[in-house]
Design a protein around this ligand. Structure first.
Ligand code: DX5
Ligand code: ZN
Length: 216
């Protein structure tokens, strides 16, 4: 799976009143992963969902669940997310101490779960350089986190290229992804595309997923 192109619909743009059908529709449309945006109203200015909903999502899809934790103190809640059925979590460098990442990453890997390190658009790559080798993936944010439907920030393209020079693991990009910037992002070296609006707002979700997958 390493560096294979993977498409991860973010359920933030789904109709939450019909969450089961929404997730099953992107699974049928060829999604590889489900990206779940967890927001606490503290690290980001929005509040979304937590482990109790992930526990129910786990029952209705076979796809791996990635919980994108946009919350303060993510390691305090890591076990709750894994126990609810998350296969992977991503934690923001802006919310943790490097030493906490170094001590928690091996524990998570021992449990056969995955850990990603995420960074916001203004955060320099130097902040995660020493931690990347301990991570299963790096999540490069291409919007300031908080909401679906924002515009892609093109400054992240050189950042992805620079990251790919020293990091051979999976690189996920998240925020404002569409079939046009997906080409640039994949060419820069990313391989996991998280997208909410482009997939969930599409008339044909299968076509949207294929267009992202084949954007290069
Ligand atoms: C932003 C979230 C993203 C968001 C993407 O805070 O982390 O995952 O849902 O939404 P789109 O693809 O609409 O920008
Ligand atoms: Zn996200």
């Amino acid at each position: 799976m390493k560096n294979k192109i993977l498409i991860a619909p973010s359920i933030l743009a789904a109709d939450f009143a019909r969450l089961k059908e929404e997730i099953q529709s992107v699974e049928a449309a060829g999604a590889d992963l489900i990206h779940i945006d967890v927001m606490d109203g503290n690290f980001v200015p929005n509040i979304t969902i937590g482990p109790c909903i992930i526990k129910d999502i786990r029952k209705i899809t076979k796809l791996p669940l990635i919980s994108h934790l946009m919350i303060a103190n993510p390691f305090k809640y890591a076990d709750d997310f894994f126990n609810a059925g998350s296969d992977a979590i991503s934690v923001h460098i802006e919310t943790i101490k490097a030493d906490d990442f170094k001590s928690n990453a091996p524990k998570i890997k021992n449990k056969k779960r995955k850990i990603g390190i995420a960074l916001n658009p203004p955060t320099d790559l130097s902040a995660i350089k020493d931690l990347a080798s301990l991570a299963d993936f790096v999540l490069v944010m291409s919007v300031n986190p908080g909401f679906a439907g924002q515009s892609f920030i093109p400054d992240v393209i050189p950042k992805i290229k620079e990251l790919r020079k020293f990091y051979s693991g999976d690189i996920e990009v998240d925020g404002g992804i569409n079939d046009k910037n997906a080409k640039l992002v994949l060419e820069a070296g990313a391989n996991i595309l998280a997208a909410a609006s482009f997939i969930f707002k599409a008339n044909d979700r299968k076509d949207a997923i294929e267009r992202l997958r084949n954007a290069k």
